[in-house]
Design a protein around this ligand. Structure first.
Ligand code: MF3
Ligand code: CO
Length: 247
């Protein structure tokens, strides 16, 4: 079921979403070679707690950390551990905060030191996929226009779109309806309504789109071991456009 948020509810979502935004910026300024993914998670946990919010991911379906920290060929749901970030890696940080009875959700892919031109392009195109998707988005837009725009931009740059993970509605629950696909046919799917709040999150691979989940049940790795990137924001659908709460 899709929950349409009132203006009061959207106002309550501003705080958790601002914490997600600030936490992503805070972490992005501190990522450097030599840091472990566990240390990234500690930054996230401490930041969210100090902001008076709860890390929604911690304990969600048994997930053991406050952030997903996914390096290179890990596209999403990397579990923080002792892995050391090295110059040339890319690292995706995905986190959610809970405050005022609502969740906020966002993700960024960061460069660790100097990275290859291909990885730079992958990060740039993944972000562009998000902005292509919100361009012209408003109440009445068919849901799959989002996926169409993400897929078209990714593939026209020689990249591919992960099929097995999607964006989602968000609110009192971290994952609400509808699922927001990163691929699809223009003009199809439900018409978005004003007051819907959705997470648009392109997950884009430099190589083939096929993913394998490791035995830990979470870590999603590109089957061909090529790098992948992730960019996500929490977005309000308005009559005349969108409002991005995590930017
Ligand atoms: N933030 C992720 C999303 O966009 C959810 C991570 S799964 C979790 O859907 F288990 F870590 F919470
Ligand atoms: Co999300």
């Amino acid at each position: 079921m899709v929950h349409i948020k009132s203006e009061e509810e959207i106002d309550l979502m501003r705080a958790p979403c601002a914490i997600v935004r600030d936490c992503l910026n805070f972490v992005g300024e501190r990522i450097k070679p030599g840091m472990t993914t566990k240390e990234v998670d500690e930054l996230v946990y401490n930041f969210i707690k100090a902001s008076g919010a709860e890390p929604s991911c911690l304990g969600y379906c048994g997930y053991p950390a406050s952030a997903c920290v996914s390096v290179n060929e890990v596209v999403v749901h990397g579990i923080p551990d002792g892995r050391v970030l090295e110059e040339g890696d890319i690292v995706s940080v995905d986190l959610c905060a809970y405050k005022n009875g609502f969740h906020g959700d966002g993700a960024r892919t960061f460069a660790v030191g100097e990275i290859s031109p291909e990885k730079k392009k992958l990060i740039r195109v993944t972000e562009e996929c998000f902005f292509k998707a919100v361009e012209g988005l408003k109440a009445g837009t068919p849901l799959f226009d989002i996926g169409y725009k993400v897929q078209t931009h990714a593939e026209s740059n020689g990249f591919s779109v992960i099929r097995s993970y999607t964006g989602h509605g968000i609110g009192r629950e971290m994952h609400e309806d509808p699922s927001v696909y990163n691929f699809g046919r223009r003009g199809t799917g439900m018409r978005l309504k004003a007051g819907m709040v959705i997470c648009i999150e392109p997950m884009i691979a430099a190589g083939d789109w096929r993913v394998k989940v490791l035995d830990d049940g979470w870590t999603a790795v590109m089957a061909d071991k090529k790098p992948a990137a992730h960019y996500e924001n929490t977005v309000v659908i308005r009559e005349d456009g969108t409002e991005i709460l995590t930017l």
